[in-house]
Design a protein around this ligand. Structure first.
Ligand code: ADP
Ligand code: 5GP
Length: 195
C-alpha cells in the first residue's frame, strides 16, 4: 500500500447489511473515499449510475479486463464486478483513506496488491436473519435471492481471511465498531476523491 493513504476492505454475504452500514459510516466520516465499483448487474430501483455503481455492459466490462483497468475483478452471484485501478492508486497517492465494498475473491486480490490493507468481514446475526433481510429488502427476484443465499455459505467459510469481524445485529453498534477500526489508522484527511 502507498505509504500515504489507508485502504479498508469490507465484505459480507449478501443481505448482511453491508451497504447500510457503509452508508452510515460514510455519513459520519465525510473524508472517507468510497470506491464506486463497475458492474454488469442491472441497476436496482433507486440506484444511480456513478454513485452506487458504474453500470456497464458485459462487453464494456470485458474490455476493461483486457486493458488492465481493474485493480481486482470477479464474477459474483452471476455478474461481473471490478474496482478501477487508476482511481484506487491516485486516491492512495493523494493520502486518502479508502473504503472498498467488494466480495471475498476481490478482497484476496487486493491483499496481494496492497498487503497493508485492513480487511473487515461483516456477519449477519444468523442465517435465518440473513434470509429475512435479503427477502425483506424487496429488491431482488426470488431466484436472485436463492442464488445469493446459496453463495452465502461459501462466503462465510472465507471469514478467517479477514483481520476483523463485525456482527451486524444492532446497526449502531456495528457502525461504531467499523468507525473505530478506521480511526485506529488515524482521522481520515480531506480527500479530493471523497465526493
Ligand atoms: P448488503 O449490502 O449486505 O447486501 P443491505 O445493506 O442492502 O445488505 O441490507 C439488507 C437489508 O437488511 C436491508 O433491508 C436493510 O435495511 C436491512 N438491515 C441492514 N442492517 C440491519 C440491521 N442491523 N438490523 C436489521 N436490518 C438491517
Ligand atoms: P450487490 O449486487 O448486492 O450490490 O453486490 C454483490 C456483491 O458484489 C457484494 O458482495 C459486493 O461486495 C460485491 N462487489 C461490489 N463491487 C465489487 C467489486 O468491485 N469487486 C468485487 N470483487 N466485488 C464487488
Amino acid at each position: 500500500m502507498s505509504a500515504k493513504g489507508a485502504l479498508f476492505v469490507v465484505s459480507a454475504p449478501s443481505g448482511a447489511g453491508k451497504t447500510t452500514l457503509v452508508n452510515l459510516v460514510r455519513e459520519r466520516l465525510p473524508n472517507l473515499a468510497y470506491s464506486v465499483s463497475s458492474t454488469t448487474r442491472p441497476p436496482r430501483a433507486g440506484e444511480v449510475h456513478g454513485r452506487d455503481y458504474f453500470f456497464l455492459s458485459e462487453q464494456e466490462f470485458k474490455k476493461g479486463v483486457e486493458e488492465g483497468r481493474w485493480a481486482e475483478w470477479a464474477r459474483v452471484h452471476g455478474n461481473y464486478y471490478g474496482t478501477d485501478a487508476r482511481w484506487l492508486e491516485d486516491a492512495l497517492d493523494a493520502g486518502c483513506f479508502l473504503l472498498l465494498d467488494i466480495d471475498v475473491q476481490g478482497a484476496r486480490q487486493i491483499k496481494q496488491r496492497f498487503p497493508d490493507g485492513v480487511f473487515v468481514f461483516i456477519l449477519p446475526p444468523s442465517m435465518e436473519e440473513l434470509k429475512r433481510r435479503l427477502a425483506g429488502r424487496g429488491t431482488d427476484d426470488p431466484d436472485v435471492v436463492a442464488r445469493r443465499l446459496a453463495d452465502a455459505e461459501w462466503e462465510m467459510d472465507n471469514r478467517d481471511f479477514y483481520d476483523h469481524e463485525i456482527m451486524n445485529d444492532d446497526l449502531e453498534t456495528a457502525a461504531g465498531e467499523l468507525l473505530s477500526i478506521i480511526r485506529s489508522r488515524g482521522e481520515p484527511p480531506p480527500c479530493p476523491a471523497a465526493t
